[in-house]
Design a protein around this ligand. Structure first.
Ligand code: NAD
Length: 452
């Protein structure tokens, strides 16, 4: 594959320093290609281009920008299979998942915001004899920084609304997964998208991301990534009074009440736990189950988890591929060992040494889906984000106790409640101190999506 270059002012360039880094296939350990290893000088060039383009792009009409979003969506949709293949190669996620989630959602993000804009009424309201008009104006140059778990899905989720509102962009994808951001840049280039409106700078977080956050011309930052990095981003951007959006980590609870129809919901519970090898910020990594059904739940859950097809991400039947890298595998394994040191019992799975995935490259970052029981809900394994295919299971003896356990975390991203009684589920959900709670479903955001 050709080297991945920066896209600045409508042209592809190597890093000004000439430096590169490598992107690796996590299923084989093989280098896919080299990537521009940029620094603050490249960010400065991209920002200058974005600033130059800001006036003309900001002056386009909403209708023109909607038309661009639709054109981009059409172009990506025509290449959906390529997007899925690139994403699977770069992340180690199963090709079927990359098609269904990453490629489909990246297209849908552009369509969603185009439709959203068409549906926005003009807002005016009278107040004390005067008429107030709400105008939506571009912020100017915005910095978009994204992680590796859902590369184009999360980047397009930021790019589409930023463009729609007339902003120009300096974007940085994760250094671990640059391929589909590069594909987006190439797609825009083929469409003769106006130069300078979308700029892409590749490289490491402290060298490129930090330079984006620090750049005085960049007025808003939209960041998705780990909580520790979010803290650095916030500490840099806040004193500069930048607009800031942070989407950070999670340690989400999956709560199973005593009336839950286990056979019916098992598929959803496994999905909530192990989609993308547990590397979705919304995955439920703490399963809280009523003690009355705990033992029967464990038997059914372990059976369902062991039935997951773990293996080569390029195979159609694979349901779970790798984690993102060997380094991340080592981090996840350290939590599995910690869970056992903290008194947990391994119910299935384990480290690559104790529970190897067979028939795959030994250089691949493969792990079996792992379930640990018997841990105190307040222990380190049960409260820190692992971001891998590891869930801990905890029994509760009352709904009040379940609420306390669900809320005993520094995170507050998402959660789910499973019960035969939807009203009861809603009542429980209201007591969870978390941003999103699904009842009897998980990651159900699309019209006509899964769930009940
Ligand atoms: P990360 O924080 O290590 O990196 C995210 C991005 O920030 C990368 O592009 C990285 O290069 C960049 N970065 C690193 N240091 C930086 C700095 N000093 N300044 C600016 N940018 C910097 O996260 P990751 O490991 O790539 O992703 C996994 C994390 O992302 C998990 O914690 C997960 O929960 C979180 N996540 C959250 C959401 C959400 O919507 N809340 C979605 C997906 C992932």
């Amino acid at each position: 594959m050709k080297p991945v270059l920066n896209y600045i002012n409508g042209a592809f360039h190597p890093a000004l320093s000439g430096q590169t880094l490598e992107t690796v296939n996590p299923a084989t350990g093989e280098v896919i290609t080299t990537v521009a290893r940029s620094n603050a000088d490249d960010v400065a060039a991209a920002t200058a281009a974005a600033n130059e383009a800001a006036t003309s792009w900001g002056a386009t009409t909403m209708e023109e920008r909607i038309a661009w979003l639709e054109r981009i969506a059409d172009a990506l949709e025509a290449e959906a299979e390529t997007i899925a293949q690139l994403e699977s190669l770069d992340t180690g996620k199963p090709i079927a998942l990359a098609r269904k989630v990453d490629a489909a959602r990246s297209v849908a993000n552009f369509r969603f915001f185009a439709t959203y804009a068409k549906e926005q009424p003009e807002v005016t309201f009278a107040d004390h004899g005067a008429v107030n008009h709400v105008h939506r104006s571009p912020v100017g140059v915005v910095g978009l920084i994204t992680p590796w778990n859902l590369p184009l899905y999360l980047l397009s989720w930021k790019v589409a609304p930023a463009l729609l509102m007339g902003n120009t962009i300096v974007a940085k994808p994760s250094e671990l997964t640059p391929l589909t951001a590069d594909f987006l840049a190439k797609s825009l280039d083929r469409l003769d998208f106006p130069p300078g409106v979308f700029n892409l700078v590749h490289g490491y977080g402290p060298e490129v991301g930090q330079a984006i956050v620090e750049h005085p011309i960049i007025r808003a930052i939209s960041f998705t990534g780990g909580t520790a990095t979010g803290k650095i981003v916030a500490a840099t951007a806040a004193p500069m009074f930048k607009k800031l959006s942070l989407e950070l980590g999670g340690k989400n609870a999956t709560v199973i009440l005593d009336d839950a129809p286990l056979d019916d919901i098992m598929d959803g519970l496994v999905r909530a736990s192990f989609t993308n090898s547990g590397q979705v910020c919304l995955c439920g990594s703490r399963v809280l189950v009523d003690s009355k059904i705990h033992d029967v739940f464990i038997t059914k859950f372990v059976n369902a988890v062991e039935a997951l097809q773990v293996g080569d991400p390029s195979l159609e039947a694979t349901q779970m591929g790798t984690v993102i890298s060997k380094d991340h595998q080592a981090k996840v394994e350290s939590y599995i060992r910690l869970g056992l040191e903290e008194g947990g019992t391994l119910l299935t799975g384990g480290t690559s040494e104790t529970a190897p995935v067979t028939g795959v490259s030994q250089e691949g970052a493969f792990l079996r889906p792992t379930v640990i029981g018997g841990l105190d809900a307040a222990c380190q394994t049960a409260t820190e984000e692992i971001f891998g295919p590891v869930v801990t299971v905890h029994a509760f003896s009352s709904e009040d106790e379940a609420v306390t356990m669900a809320n005993a975390t520094e995170y507050g991203l998402a959660g789910s409640v499973w019960t035969a009684d939807v009203e009861r589920g809603h009542a429980f959900a209201k007591r969870m101190e978390t941003g999103i709670v699904w009842v009897n479903t998980w990651l159900n955001r699309e019209k006509g999506g899964r769930g009940r």
